[in-house]
Design a protein around this ligand. Structure first.
Ligand code: GLC
Length: 742
């Protein structure tokens, strides 16, 4: 009878190396893998949903009892959607105390923009152009999430997108690769900290190029060139790898005809090869198995092998690895060494988080209770929301509303706690939210505030609404009307073919306008809507996006001037659906249209006959209660070589009587290059506080390296020649100066 000690290969009293907290991680990993059966190894690559569905139910779902059985057999490496200090502790207890090797599980969840205290949606946060604020928000989210037993968030999402028909534009940072990259890196750092128990593992997602889903239709084909991939879509993921993100999530889509989950070029060549990513790659929900629906894998066995060989590791929910991989190794279809490499990447994370030494460090109910919805977190969320709301028009100077005696509030969205949260609300509870109506009542306690619903959640005009509005307006100093999309329409599987305000909402506004009372329109949506008619007919428009737990207080802070708006949209607003995709960093074409400046000879140019080329609202646009005037754009020298940098300076005067924050933007254009370059590329920005009446000199250091770009193989190109350096308040209203790269 071989003693258990002999089997474990340990001398009497000797502790297994993997249990030795003092041993190097790699040694502990190797030791543990040497003790694991094939099934236990495959088990580490198995991620199982243990809570709410965030994707379609799968055929391989083992059911609750089945999941507990798998857990005891050491066949679950991670759970998603299991949350709460108590619940996760019990699951962890089973994993650690009732399985043969006691390997702890990882708990993952979509903490996208807050855990319990919900911040503005990332697209709104992006319009604050505030990397410090984004880092802070991620830190707060991580502290709340980790107190709830979570080790890992499936965030930040950093998919560049130019198509507001796609419901997930809310989840990223808009159309520009540079802004998206800066924010992605900040959020990674905020989520992860130093991998202590107040932080969580971050996920780079969705790798890659999911934001280019054709026609903005969810889960649709992606078909972009490598040149476009490298210059428009990949930079944010690269920045997040450089920021030290621990994990990456495959995207659902194809790239070059191959699903991202099994795409050797994306995962092995780019992510792991060129960028040196050593962390773990998890599939998106069932995306390994979906390689069969794509028509790429003939069966589960092939799908699992393709994913593993491409460099992807953990199977979220599809079960194809659980079902087939051990047999494939036995059949020699895939090497055990490859399996071990993937298992090692999972185990390394668990050792790095200290889960083998203290598996219950994330499961403290008292800490959980003390960490959630704190006054500090709520204040940070309120400030972030106010900084994210974009003032699009204030041409009658109605705002700020200093001391109205009576306010008439219109629209379902103004009273709806549900709709200030989006689909990716994390663990946010609508019961904790502040609506516009509540925010205004708190801000103007002496005012009479009347509410008329006007339109319901689906945007339909309520019977008698126009008469109600007319009557109620008689006693109102000002009307504040809310239109837009309900919160749950922002997120996954929420593409819209026609993202514009409903007829009922526009009728409600028309009724309000007929009263001739000052009218403030609030637009609440998780995407740029088609608001051409709105911008034409109404003079005071605040795009509130979806502000999260403190939405209503943030709106009130702006409306009364406690916060001077500074937000600048991170996505262009199209004039019409027909104009999509419209984005600022486009190529010039061989027959460029001089929108608005065309002459008689400009017929044969790149344009529509019925629609302008320029968006309704350009990338980087937003107003303030202050008035900023730019002048004296200067460059320290007219030419530089490839190892030099140049200092760009501009004067910005705040000619108003209100202190304000201006987001000063710097763009370049490489006038002649092979391949061609866009007419503009954002390369730097600064949030500058400028006091009333004062002038700031804003300077940027522009190294020659920022004039570079990628070729189709991801090699960096820096080509001599003429450049334009442009600076201004948005991507349209720019002053420029020449620079020569020698
Ligand atoms: C979803 C999403 C992904 C999310 C995952 C888990 O389908 O695409 O972003 O992290 O499943 O909820």
């Amino acid at each position: 009878m071989v003693s258990a000690m002999a089997v474990s290969g340990l001398g009497f009293g000797q502790k297994a190396i993997y249990k030795d907290a003092g041993a190097p991680v790699q040694q502990r990993v190797r030791d543990l893998i040497s003790r694991m059966t094939l099934d236990e190894k495959v088990g580490q690559l198995n991620q199982v949903n243990g809570g709410v569905l965030t994707g379609p139910a799968v055929a391989n779902d083992p059911g609750q009892q089945g999941k507990v059985k798998l857990l005891k057999e050491g066949k679950v490496g991670s759970f998603l959607n299991v949350v709460g200090a108590a619940q996760t502790k019990e699951v962890q207890r089973i994993a650690v105390e009732e399985s043969r090797l006691g390997i702890p599980v990882l708990f993952g969840f979509d903490i996208i923009h807050g855990a319990k205290t919900i911040f503005p949606i990332p697209l709104a946060e992006a319009s604050a152009w505030d990397t410090e604020g984004a880092l802070k928000a991620a830190e707060i989210a991580a502290k709340e999430a980790s107190s709830m037993g979570l080790h890992w968030t499936f965030a930040p999402m950093m998919d560049v997108s130019r198509d507001p028909r796609w419901g997930r534009v809310m989840e990223g940072s808009g159309e520009d690769p540079y802004l998206q990259a800066q924010l992605a890196a900040a959020r990674v750092k905020g989520f992860q900290g130093n991998f202590d128990e107040n932080h969580v593992l971050a996920t780079i997602k969705h790798f890659a190029i999911y934001g280019a889903s054709e026609a903005g239709r969810e889960y649709n084909t992606v078909d972009v060139s490598r040149y476009a991939a490298w210059n428009y879509y990949l930079p944010p993921y690269k920045a997040a790898v450089e920021a030290g993100a621990a994990t990456v999530m495959n995207s659902f889509n194809l790239f070059e005809g191959e699903p991202a989950s099994g795409n050797n070029y994306l995962v092995n060549e780019v992510l792991r090869g060129k960028w040196g990513f050593k962390g773990m790659v998890v599939s998106d929900w069932a995306s390994f198995g979906e390689m069969m629906a794509h028509g790429y894998a003939a069966n589960e066995t092939e799908a699992a092998i393709m994913a593993l060989k491409a460099g992807s590791d953990m199977d979220m929910e599809s079960g194809v690895m659980r079902n087939t991989l051990a047999q494939s190794v036995k059949d020699g279809k895939v090497s055990e060494a490859l399996l071990d490499a993937a298992v090692a990447r999972v185990l390394e994370l668990k050792f790095k988080l200290g889960l083998f030494d203290n598996p219950y460090k994330y499961h403290d109910e008292a800490k959980e209770k003390a960490s959630l919805l704190t006054a500090e977190n709520l204040a940070a969320a309120r400030k972030a929301a106010a900084n994210s709301m974009t003032l699009l028009k204030n041409s009658d100077n109605i705002l700020p509303l200093k001391s109205p005696k009576s306010i008439l509030v219109l629209g379902h969205l103004a009273e709806s706690q549900n709709d200030v949260l989006d689909f990716w609300k994390g663990l946010g509870d609508h019961k904790n939210t502040v609506t516009v109506l509540e925010g205004l009542k708190a801000k103007y306690p002496g005012a009479t505030i009347t509410f008329v619903k006007g339109v319901n959640r689906d945007g339909k005009l309520e019977a008698g609404a126009e008469a109600q509005i007319k009557a109620a307006a008689k006693k109102a100093d000002v009307i504040v009307a809310t239109i837009g999309l309900y919160g749950d329409l922002a997120g996954e599987a929420r593409s819209l073919g026609n993202p514009e305000p409903s007829k009922g909402q526009m009728d409600m506004l028309a009724a309000a306008k007929l009263t001739n009372k000052p009218l403030v329109v609030l637009v609440q949506a998780g995407r740029p809507m088609i608001i051409t008619e709105l911008m034409t007919k109404y003079n005071t428009i605040l795009y509130t996006w979806i502000g999260g737990t403190q939405h209503g207080n943030a709106v009130a802070d702006i409306l009364n001037g406690d916060v001077n708006p500074s937000s600048k949209t991170a996505m262009s607003f199209p004039v019409s659906v027909g104009q999509i995709p419209v984005y600022y960093n486009h190529y010039n074409s061989g027959r460029p249209h001089k929108d608005g400046n065309e002459g008689p000879g400009d017929f044969w140019v790149s344009r529509y006959r019925d629609t302008p080329n320029e968006p309704l609202i350009p990338f980087g646009y937003g107003l303030s209660y202050s008035k900023f005037e730019y002048s004296d754009l200067n460059i320290s020298k007219p030419e530089i070589n490839q190892n030099e940098s140049v200092t760009v300076s501009v004067k910005v005067k705040n000619s108003s009587n209100v202190d304000g924050t201006e987001i000063v933007q710097l763009y370049i254009r490489d006038l002649v290059a092979q391949p061609v370059r866009p007419v503009k590329e954002l390369k730097d920005f600064k949030r500058v506080v400028i006091k009333a009446g004062e002038t700031a000199t804003v300077t940027f250091e522009l190294p020659a390296t920022k004039l570079s770009f990628y070729d189709a193989d991801g090699n960096t190109l820096l080509q001599k020649g003429d450049f334009k350096i442009m600076v201004g308040p948005n991507s349209r209203d720019l002053s420029e100066v020449k620079l020569v790269l020698k």
